[in-house]
Design a protein around this ligand. Sequence first.
Ligand code: IMP
Ligand code: MG
Length: 180
Amino acid sequence: MALKIKKILISEEQLEAKIKELGKQISEEYAGRRPILVGLLKGSVPFMARLITSIDCELETQYMAISSYEGGITSLGKIRIIKDLDVPIEGRDIIIVEDIVDTGLTLDTIIRLLKSRLARSVEVACLLDKRTKRVKDVDIKYIGFDIPDEFVVGFGLDYNELLRNLPYVGVLDTEELKEA
Ligand code: IMP
Ligand code: MG
């Protein structure tokens, strides 16, 4: 079954311009602090790549991979850590880089985890914010775009691991999927 995009929600040009803006803001606010940007795999990859090349202060990068809890071993609330950070973060300024915040449960758990490791500060840069779906209130410092409650794909976001490679953010045609 071919996956169809109902409409383009955010174009390549809009993504590029907004990420540059966020990068400029982070550059100014973190000058002299050498933050660690923590990308959450896999959805944040395109956003992370564009964001770090838009920041001109010193920074380090790290990645974490998380999945919803499915009865695995290292459970932490409702999530499971598949790949953890490679370095201690005590005393460091952390910016979590995420593709989309939906219920907020994932981010809330990660924020609490990184704070418990005695990071000096933990902020969030999130490309898309679906705030109508929020269950857990999370404080997001850098937001790309507010989006409505629709299932979006592209620019890192997937449907069953597909469509992450679209250069734009589009709304998936879910009607067709229900009929199939
Ligand atoms: P939550 O904020 O804990 O609900 O989890 C957000 C995660 O759900 C994101 O990191 C995505 O992996 C996934 N997600 C939520 N909404 C969408 C969407 O519209 N398209 C693709 N993935 C989504
Ligand atoms: Mg994700």
